[in-house]
Design a binder for this molecule. Structure first.
Ligand code: ATP
Length: 236
């Protein structure tokens, strides 16, 4: 397993956001986390990227226990998060934002290679290379956030709501790109409100409810599960 969470609990002060989350992500997989608002999806991502300490349980990555590892060192190890709400650097150009994604790396040739790869995946970013990030459209900023996360050449790419705020055409496109990134060898863990798209593209998925995993299965199984359909797919 590339990633394994064992019985992870996480607190925000006195609020317990995660109640013993256990999940795995195998090398080469796309795994989706779905669930209602406040279910704990973003919090689970934070436990993995190290943006928030876990109270109990463990996070194993690529053979190591990273439960207490600093967030920046996890990036060096190969975990990269594209945050919810984009979180790009608004005052920097597109190229500078992408450079920031590679700040832990030193090999210029490889960085340039990855920059080219990001520009191939997202031609719009190439066209807007010198534009200031904050003036890009919402969808373009979303692409920039994903591109920046790729610039650390991660083994595991964590995507928090990559389709948020995107027009229907762009939603298809961003999911196509996620599949392409995965086929090029990057493992993906995806948090999504858009359960239909997420489940149809993911190999496996977990359903979260109030900080607990209540269901898991292949994307296809969950797509046809009556309870999942009812609660998350908007069809009875
Ligand atoms: P959404 O789909 O709305 O983004 P989510 O499943 O990602 O939801 P989380 O953001 O993980 O949900 O939140 C899980 C729970 O933890 C929620 O009840 C939320 O209010 C709470 N929470 C999140 N961040 C904090 C914080 N910084 N302080 C206190 N409570 C928090």
């Amino acid at each position: 397993m590339l990633l394994e969470l064992k019985d992870v609990t996480l607190l925000y002060g006195r609020i317990q956001a995660l109640h013993g989350i256990s999940l795995t992500v195998g090398e080469g997989e796309i795994v989706a986390l779905i669930g209602a608002n406040g279910a704990g999806k973003t919090t689970t991502m934070k436990a993995i990227s190290g943006l928030r300490p876990v109270a109990q349980g463990s996070v194993l990555f690529d053979g190591d226990d990273i439960t207490k590892m600093r967030a920046d060192l996890r990036v060096v190890r190969g975990v990269s998060q594209s945050p919810e709400g984009r979180g790009i650097f608004p005052g920097m150009t597109v190229r500078e934002n992408l450079e920031m994604g590679a700040y832990t790396r030193r090999n210029r040739a490889e960085i340039n290679e990855d920059m080219d790869r990001v520009f191939t995946l997202f031609p719009r970013l190439k066209e807007r290379e010198k534009q200031v990030g904050g003036t890009m459209s919402g969808g373009e900023q979303q692409m920039l956030a994903v591109g920046r996360a790729l610039m650390s050449r991660p083994k595991l790419l964590l995507l928090d709501e990559p389709s948020m705020g995107l027009a229907p055409m762009l939603i298809q496109q961003i999911f196509d790109i996620i599949v392409e990134i995965n086929q090029q060898g990057t493992t993906v863990l995806l948090v999504e409100q858009n359960a239909q798209q997420a489940l149809s593209r993911a190999h496996r998925a977990y359903v979260l409810e109030t900080g607990r995993i209540v269901k898991e299965g292949t994307g296809q199984d969950l797509l046809t599960d009556p309870a999942v359909k009812d609660a998350y797919l908007g069809v009875a």
